[in-house]
Design a protein around this ligand. Structure first.
Ligand code: 5GP
Length: 125
């Protein structure tokens, strides 16, 4: 079964400029913007501009350029926000939810970048 992409999902609408966002970084293939309901002082969402539903969809079908651009953009956000340990930051967590058990709310692939406080154990239980 292949993925069916919903062009009306909220991130598709953000990419088309139909809904405003607080952009952290934009590159050729990637948009990073602040989450509307932040769960930490830093809560940025990194999304590819292409029509991918989940991490596994993106990794399987995106071009090498899209994949490299996405990860380099995410790393650049970490540097820009001074959370990367390499530059003295206190660190961060990246999360990507997929499907029902992953608790994915928006069916457009995204990476959460969370930081700004000790984030506790990886899972609540
Ligand atoms: P998921 O549960 O799919 O991994 O995460 C979706 C995230 O998108 C949530 O953290 C939610 O707060 C965020 N979100 C949902 N709608 C909007 C929106 O319109 N703008 C922004 N900036 N974030 C949104």
């Amino acid at each position: 079964m292949s993925y069916a992409y919903d062009d009306q999902n909220i991130f598709a609408r953000i990419l088309r400029g139909e809904i405003p966002n607080r952009t952290a970084l934009e590159t050729a293939h990637t948009l990073a913007f602040h989450d509307i309901r932040p769960q930490a002082d830093v809560h940025v969402l990194v999304i590819p501009k292409g029509r991918y539903v989940t991490f596994d969809h993106f990794a399987a079908e995106a071009t090498p350029e899209e994949i490299a651009d996405f990860h380099r953009a995410a790393a650049e956000v970490c540097r820009m926000l001074s959370i990367a340990p390499e530059t003295g930051g206190k660190g961060y967590r990246t999360i990507s939810n997929a499907g029902d058990h992953g608790h994915q709310e928006v069916p457009h692939y995204h990476m959460h970048i969370l930081a700004g406080r000790p984030l506790g154990p990886m899972l609540s239980r």
